[in-house]
Design a protein around this ligand. Structure first.
Ligand code: SF4
Ligand code: SF4
Length: 431
């Protein structure tokens, strides 16, 4: 079935379903786990309040500006899902509610244009990502960015200064140069795996992707980087762009499912969460629902995959203290908390110091920190207070978006910690 056929045919499924809304018994046990409620103290910005509003709309109330605003302020971090004793699948509800908003009251003017440029033209296009990465690299290398920062020029544009701090750096050569390659296992081949490079991560986290390949090789994996893969669609899904997500999901399924892989690996928790939901996103597509189930079953976060292996011992000490920030889409979306800590524990010389509230969102949340910058920076402020209590040299996490947000936090606070992905530390310990 072509994507265009699904655009109209699936609209009924692209809204919160009453049976899912009805699971909420309004107990309020999720409130304290919700970063936006903790920040503003408003019921309408809590999980319970948002479900109440979704229920009103599902029962015929109009989709007001207020409804759209309260739902837009949600991070989709799914902290409430972990706290809920009634099994409310809040992530599913907020994604569906945003899809319904997108269908019924889509953005207009500049917001529509920006959305088209980013989600239609940039993220799914290797060519356009490369061009954007090249331009970013030139701005950074020319010293223009550093000059603007040192002169405080960006502060003149209000929040633009904060948003600029969150912009990723371009790393050349990009990881796109590794597409189509196969990296042999070190020693006996125990697994054949595929690595997904992401979209922006190919430009801004190219060295992290390379470290991921090395660590997998070291642990007996033959690592394939399939050339026909594309963006996973996570950012599209969080914006309510479900048809685009479905199109990207089909491309990835076609590219990877028949490769004979033992696992499809990602080092980005946000991507992993969506890749593991392909079977839900495509459940009404007769041609792809079965394939999507097989695909999702193969997806593993790299920390989850490695922690389940007999890990090759690391010999190079990393003599430092580290605190771990749970990525929301790993801890709440995929229920993976111990695997990254287990890998950190396997590094000689490294001491793990937990921070309070490590699974509260840092404010990154995909493009949230750009579109809801004020709330995102407020949450980052709180996160940096928690980080300070851990008194650690390094902040480790397992998601590129969190890395960017925490780097901005360290820069603003001038606290000097290193910010790394768990896999980068393991890679150091293997060298
Ligand atoms: S989402 Fe769960 S925890 Fe929150 S009010 Fe509803 S039932 Fe209670
Ligand atoms: S997803 Fe996060 S921000 Fe949204 S309601 Fe749940 S806990 Fe709050």
């Amino acid at each position: 079935m072509a994507a265009s056929d699904i655009t109209t045919g699936f609209a009924e499924f692209d809204k919160p379903q009453q049976k899912d809304l009805d699971r909420c018994v309004h107990c309020g046990l999720c409130l304290n786990a919700c970063p936006t409620y903790r920040q503003v103290g408003l019921e309408m910005d809590s999980p319970r309040g948002r479900i109440y509003q979704m229920n009103l709309v599902a029962n015929g109330a109009p989709m007001t500006d207020s409804y759209v605003e309260h739902l837009s302020l949600c991070l989709a971090c799914r902290g409430c899902e972990s706290a809920c004793p009634s099994g409310v699948q809040y992530g599913k509800l907020i994604e569906a509610a945003r899809a319904e908003i997108e269908n019924k009251v889509p953005p207009t003017g500049f917001a529509r244009l920006a959305r088209w440029a980013v989600f239609e033209k940039l993220l799914p296009s290797r060519t356009n990502l490369r061009i954007a990465g090249g331009l970013l690299w030139m701005v950074q290398k020319s010293g223009l960015q550093a000059l603007a920062r040192s002169l405080g020029l960006l502060k003149l544009f209000g929040r633009l200064g904060d948003i600029e701090r969150l912009s990723p750096a371009a790393e050349l050569p990009t990881f796109f140069t590794q597409y189509g390659k196969v990296f042999p296992a070190v020693g006996k081949r125990r697994h054949k795996v595929a690595l997904l490079g992401g979209c922006i991560a190919n430009i801004s986290f190219a060295r992290l992707n390379e470290a991921t390949v090395r660590v997998l090789q070291k642990n007996g994996c033959e690592v394939h980087v399939p050339d026909a893969q594309t963006c996973c669609g996570a950012l599209h899904l969080h914006q309510g762009l479900r048809d685009q997500t479905r199109g990207l999901a089909r491309t990835n399924i076609n590219a990877l499912l028949n490769g004979g892989y033992d696992a499809i690996i990602t080092n980005a928790a946000g991507c992993g969460s969506t890749l593991k939901e392909y079977h839900e996103i495509l459940e009404h597509d007769a041609d792809y629902s079965g394939k999507a189930r097989q695909f999702s079953a193969l997806v593993k976060d790299v920390t989850e995959f490695l922690a389940a292996l007999e890990l090759k011992p690391a010999t190079q000490p990393v003599n430092a203290t580290v605190t771990y920030q749970d990525s929301c889409h790993l801890a709440h979306g995929q229920k993976i908390r111990s695997a990254p800590r287990q890998l950190l524990g396997a590094i000689p010389g490294l001491e793990l110091r937990e921070m309070p509230g490590s699974d509260l969102c840092c404010g990154s949340a995909g493009v949230y920190n750009v579109v809801q910058n004020e709330m995102a920076m407020g949450l980052l402020e709180k996160k940096m207070q928690s980080v300070a209590l851990a008194k650690a040299d390094i902040i480790a996490t397992a998601n590129p978006g969190c890395l960017l947000q925490l780097r901005a936090g360290v820069e603003i606070k001038r606290t000097g910690q290193r910010i790394v992905h768990v896999i980068e530390l393991l890679d150091e310990a293997y060298r």
